[in-house]
Design a protein around this ligand. Structure first.
Ligand code: T3D
Length: 265
C-alpha cells in the first residue's frame, strides 16, 4: 500500500487527488494537510491543469480531523483555533479560489471537516451509499471549514441548524434532494462519472469558468446593484479571453469549439 497521505495522478487536462489514510477513513493529520496543500498549489501552477478531482481511498471520503492527534494524555485536549488558522481555513480558501472547477467524488462517509471540505468544492458527486455528517456536535465542537457559512446557504437555516445540532447522518440521495450536493450516483459508477465531468472541464473555456466561480462567490455578500457591477467587470475580463473569441467563431462556423483554456496574452 502507498503510504503517502495524499495520492496524485495526472490525467489529460486535469489532476486527481486522493486522500489516502483509509484505515482512519482519511482523517486529517498535519502531514496530510501539508501534502494536500502542496498538491493544490502545484495544480494551480500548472497551465495544463484545467480541473481537479478530489476523492478518498477505501470506504470513506474523509472523517475530518484525526482525533488521535487531539488527545495527547488521558483527558488532555488542546485549545483549538491554531489548526483552523494554519490548515483548515487556508484549505477552504484555496479550494474556492482555484481558477478551475474542483469536483468532489464523495466515495463514502464525509464527516466533520471532511464533510465541509467536500462542500467547499464546486461540484459534489456522491456515491449513493455515502453519508454527510456534521459530527462536530458529537464531540462538543462547532462546525468549521466553512460549514456554518455554506450549510444555511445551500439548504436553508432550518435544515442547517438541525444537521449541525443533531449530527445526524444525511444520506447522499437526501443530500441531493435538499440541494446540498449536485448528484447521488450508483457506487460503482461514481468514479467514471467524476472522470467524465473532469474530462469535460479539461476541454472547457477555463478562464470563463474561473470567472463564473468568482461571480457566484461574490454574489453572497452583494445586493443586486453591486452584483450587476461584478458581472459587468467579470464579463469584460471574460470577453478578453481567447476562448470567448473561439466560442463565437465556432458557433458561427457550426463546428465544435477548440478551447485552449489560456488567458489573453
Ligand atoms: O481539531 C481541530 O483542529 C479542529 C478541527 C476539527 C475538524 C473536525 O473534523 S472535528 C470532527 C472530527 N471527526 C469526527 O468526530 C468523526 C469521527 N468518526 C466517526 O464518527 C465515525 O468514524 C464515522 C461516522 C465517520 C464512520 O463510522 P463507521 O462506523 O463507518 O467507521 P468507524 O468504525 O467509526 O471508523 C473506522 C476506523 O476509522 C476506526 O478505527 P478502528 O477502530 O478500525 O481502528 C475509527 O476509529 C477511525 N476513525 C474514524 N474517524 C476518525 C477515526 N480515527 C481518528 N479520527 C477520526 N476522525
Amino acid at each position: 500500500m502507498d503510504e503517502s497521505p495524499v495520492l496524485l495522478e495526472k490525467q489529460s487536462g486535469y489532476r486527481v487527488i486522493t486522500l489516502n489514510r483509509p484505515q482512519r477513513l482519511n482523517a486529517f493529520t498535519e502531514p496530510m494537510h501539508r501534502a494536500l496543500r502542496a498538491a493544490l498549489v502545484d495544480a494551480e501552477a500548472d497551465p495544463d491543469c484545467r480541473a481537479l478531482l478530489l476523492t478518498g481511498a477505501g470506504r470513506g471520503f474523509c472523517a475530518g480531523q484525526d482525533l488521535n492527534d487531539r488527545l495527547s494524555q488521558a483527558g488532555a485536549t488542546p485549545v483549538l483555533g491554531g489548526a483552523l488558522e494554519a490548515y483548515y481555513n487556508p484549505l477552504v480558501r484555496k479550494l474556492r479560489e482555484l481558477p478551475f472547477p474542483v469536483v468532489a467524488a464523495v466515495n463514502g462517509v464525509a464527516a466533520g471537516a471532511g464533510c465541509n471540505i467536500a462542500l467547499a468544492c464546486d461540484i459534489v458527486l456522491a456515491a449513493r451509499s455515502a453519508n454527510f455528517i456534521q459530527s462536530f456536535a458529537q464531540i462538543g465542537l462547532v462546525p468549521d471549514s466553512g460549514g456554518t457559512w455554506i450549510l444555511p446557504r445551500l439548504i436553508g437555516p432550518a435544515r442547517a441548524r438541525a444537521l449541525a445540532l443533531t449530527a445526524e447522518p444525511l444520506p447522499a440521495e437526501k443530500a441531493e434532494a435538499w440541494g446540498l450536493i449536485w448528484k447521488a450516483i450508483d457506487d460503482d459508477d461514481l468514479m467514471a462519472e467524476a472522470h467524465k465531468l473532469c474530462g469535460h472541464f479539461a476541454a472547457a473555456p477555463t478562464v470563463g469558468l474561473a470567472l463564473i466561480k468568482r461571480a457566484l462567490d461574490e454574489s453572497w455578500g452583494n445586493d443586486l446593484e453591486a452584483q450587476l457591477e461584478v458581472e459587468r467587470e467579470l464579463q469584460r475580463e471574460a470577453s478578453l479571453s481567447p476562448d470567448y473569441a473561439e466560442g463565437v467563431r465556432a458557433f458561427m462556423e457550426k463546428r465544435p469549439p477548440r478551447f485552449s483554456g489560456r488567458k489573453a496574452r
